[in-house]
Write a protein that binds this ligand. Structure first.
Ligand SMILES: [Zn+2]
Length: 251
């Protein structure tokens, strides 16, 4: 039985910029990313509402605001999760490890943390390539790693999953050296029209509960003194100060 979701009114404030947000649409809890491939789930009968911020365009739900990590584990990141995200366990970690390795291989030895790395497969693959990589996941680990800061923090498929985007960004950045870079993925939604709740990426069963625009990412990371660079609509980088190994390429 799905735990009752938080119900809120037609208006709320944006989780990033605090601007006014009204309801954007409603989908069934079981809506998931496989619908892009014409695989449609049995519906649950549980509605999940999303808002959109009038200022920064953030699309977000408040339905999960009172869920604990245990609730997420029970209802979303459970044994059936692999069915709605079949690439999660192996295919994506391989692609991500290759991407990170290619990005940093000219830099010399760097310390890498994969934040939100699940079972730690991406970091394991990076270690196999000789990179000093560790993994940490807020869903399964209690306290943040203490002490050492990292040259690169990766944050793949994390930000769309958090009900608290500012707290997640702050956590990830806390682990970053002042001249480190945060490399993250999340598919931006700048081009979505006013009624696009059926877009494939808006998918509560996959845990996609906070969808960003480039403007929303800019506002979010500026709060922490960071600049955002977009490699694509899906892969981005945030930094306070570009490290020497990146600066010459970008001068
Ligand atoms: Zn906003």
């Amino acid at each position: 039985m799905l735990k009752s979701l938080h119900v809120s009114g037609p208006e709320t404030s944006c989780k990033i910029c605090d601007g006014p947000a009204s309801l954007y649409g409603v989908v069934d809890f079981n809506k998931n990313c496989l619908e892009r491939e014409n695989v449609f789930p049995v519906l649950s009968g549980v509605p999940v509402y999303y808002y959109r911020c009038e200022n920064c365009g953030l699309i977000f739900s408040r339905a999960f605001d009172e869920w604990t990590h245990a609730d997420f584990q029970e209802h979303i990141y459970n044994a059936d999760y692999a069915r709605v995200d079949p690439e999660y366990a192996e295919i994506r970690p391989q692609l991500l490890a290759d991407m990170v390795f290619n990005f940093i291989k000219q830099a010399g030895p760097l310390k890498v943390l994969d934040y939100g790395g699940g079972a730690g497969r991406t970091a394991e693959l990076l270690r196999g390539k000789g990179v000093a990589a560790a993994s940490w996941d807020p869903m399964t680990s209690a306290a943040l790693p203490q002490g050492a800061l990292f040259d690169v923090v990766t944050c793949f498929e994390v930000f769309e999953h958090t009900p608290t985007p500012l707290a997640t960004a702050e956590d990830a950045l806390r682990l970053l050296d002042s001249k480190g870079v945060l490399i993250f993925s999340t598919l931006t939604a700048d081009e979505l029209p006013p009624r696009a709740i059926h877009a494939w990426y808006i998918a509560p069963r996959n845990g996609h509960i906070t969808i960003y625009t480039k403007a929303a990412l800019k506002v979010m990371f500026e709060k922490f003194g960071c600049t955002v660079h977009h490699f694509s609509g899906n892969v981005h980088m945030a930094y306070r100060q570009l490290p020497a190994w990146l600066a010459p390429q970008r001068a």
